[in-house]
Ligand binder design. Structure first.
Ligand code: GLP
Length: 256
């Protein structure tokens, strides 16, 4: 049974799914509904292990139900720095493998920050400009890191922050070591990420968190203080944010 609970003055919708698989299917269904209902969808996409099942579900909807991505433009949240787009450990490679090469989206309609840009500040400005030129992001998919980051907005991240070069926390580098021979020291020290302010401008937000490891940070983000020390707590200020959780990730919430 899917349980819908609404908190924060009716602004944030929290969906408690019966398990991780249905949490990811629910998220995919919402993305699919947005794509079908919108003439020129602009999707904000995320990476990480949680997203893999969501992209598998979207690929399934494309294959079995004809869900078309041809009209979409996509902007990913972040990319390591420095890393080349064709490096198999890059988020460019992750997105090609998880989604882009399985669906009908032209490569030029998909964009991630260029982790190999010679001028990172210029690349970040161009990224913001490209989002604006596309009409802004309609639906932004989000995961959450153990530091409370959305994108790679490590604490403290100003809620007004824009796309920029950031230093990654050791916690994050340890969390993401699997693509780097399980050696956290091999994980790049920096990344280019949309800012919290950039993310907050998306018209709808969809955060997905699964698994017991996320329980503490999910509680901090949803029920702790709204603070730049937990970037995801900013989502409670957004007018249209949905959070999808499995029972393990929701375990420490008062409402669960
Ligand atoms: C990376 C991404 C984040 C994502 C996080 C969650 O750090 N930059 O945007 O939220 O991974 O990762 P996972 O789903 O693997 O727990």
């Amino acid at each position: 049974m899917m349980r819908h609970v609404t908190i924060e003055q009716g602004r944030m919708e929290i969906i408690l799914a019966p398990d991780a698989a249905s949490a990811c299917c629910e998220a995919a269904a919402r993305i699919a509904a947005h794509v079908r209902a919108t003439p020129e969808p602009v999707l904000g996409l995320a990476t990480g292990r949680t997203m893999e099942a969501i992209y598998r579900a979207l690929v399934g909807l494309h294959r079995d139900e004809g869900l078309s991505f041809a009209r979409c433009r996509t902007f990913n949240l972040d990319e390591y720095h420095p890393i080349a787009p064709d490096d198999p450990r890059s988020y460019h490679a992750y997105m090609r493998a998880a989604l882009f090469r399985h669906v009908d989206i032209a490569p030029e309609r998909t964009r991630l920050p260029d982790g190999a840009a010679a001028d990172p500040a210029g690349e970040c400005r161009a990224y913001e400009e490209a989002i604006r030129a596309a009409g802004g992001i309609g639906l932004q998919l989000l995961g959450i890191g153990l530091t409370g980051h959305i994108g790679f907005n490590e604490p403290p991240s100003d809620f007004a922050s824009r796309t920029r070069l950031v230093e990654l926390d050791e916690t994050t580098r340890r969390q993401n070591a699997d693509l780097f021979d399980n050696r956290w020291q091999n994980v790049p020290r920096q990344a280019l990420t949309m800012g919290v302010g950039t993310i907050m401008e998306a018209r709808r937000l969809l955060l997905v968190a699964t698994g017991a490891a996320k329980a503490r940070i999910v509680r901090d983000a949803l029920e702790g203080p709204v603070t730049p020390m937990v970037s995801a707590s900013a989502l409670r200020l957004h007018p249209a944010c949905t959070v999808v959780l499995d029972p393990e990730a929701a375990e420490l919430l008062d409402l669960a």
